[in-house]
Design a protein. Structure first.
Length: 223
């Protein structure tokens, strides 16, 4: 096995559209060193004071990537999405330069499959993921929704009526609904881990975990 990548390793971000700029900006706020590149001089200028380094360059050229030191990065994010051809070519260049961790944005499943086949370690579908999350939230029963690859989800929501006013151990939330209440937030107080003795009130927020389908059924209980 190779050396593990350091948690604070610098990150190369290619493409400063909405997704790339958001990624670069958040990495900078987390204290990570970022080199962000784009072919658009206006975008490069816009982000020059917001991340560690910005460069106007065309990452479709492997020689250009070599000149900016892409080989020295252990993590790269290919945030180019408008052109599938450019996305694939840039990803292939990073693979050829042996960048260990390559995260690439895809705009479709077929695009993502190509990125995976040429060597992207992680493929991200930001539009699809945002749409799926919104679908769970529009009902108004859930306040936040995070789903993982194995259909496991974490959700912030108001507690359905059947579990209010009883210790969680007595409400049968696991045996009846197949979900786990992970945390509880009373008004004006921080979240705390839930225990079997925790009593959920009408005004609390809860964080629950379980399969997406089970959580949807749980959220649909009389509130």
């Amino acid at each position: 096995m190779g050396d593990r990548i350091k948690h604070n390793a610098p990150v190369l971000v290619i493409g400063l559209g909405r997704f790339g700029a958001a990624t670069a900006g958040q990495l900078d706020r987390l204290g990570r060193e970022v080199l962000a590149i784009d072919t658009d001089a206006n975008l490069v200028q816009k982000w020059a004071d917001r991340v560690t380094h910005t460069v106007q360059a065309d990452a479709r050229s492997i020689e250009t990537l070599r000149q900016i030191g892409a080989e020295d990065f252990s993590i790269a994010v290919v945030a180019v999405g408008s052109s599938i051809e450019a996305s694939v070519l840039i990803t292939a260049n990073l693979v050829d330069l042996k960048v260990p961790q390559i995260w690439a944005k895809a705009i479709s499943k077929s695009h993502g499959k190509i990125l995976e086949r040429i060597g992207a370690n992680h493929v991200i579908y930001p539009e699809a993921e945002a749409g799926e999350r919104a679908a769970h939230l529009v009902s108004g029963r859930m306040l936040d929704f995070i789903e993982f690859d194995d259909d496991f989800a974490l959700v912030k929501m108001y507690p359905p009526k059947p579990i209010r006013g009883l210790p969680l151990g007595q409400s049968g939330v696991r045996s009846k609904h197949n979900i786990t209440v992970v945390g509880v937030k009373p008004p004006g107080r921080p979240f705390t881990y839930a225990t079997p003795e925790t009593v959920v009130t009408d005004h609390d927020l809860i964080i629950v975990s379980g399969s997406s389908a089970d959580i949807e059924r749980f959220a649909a209980l009389e509130s």
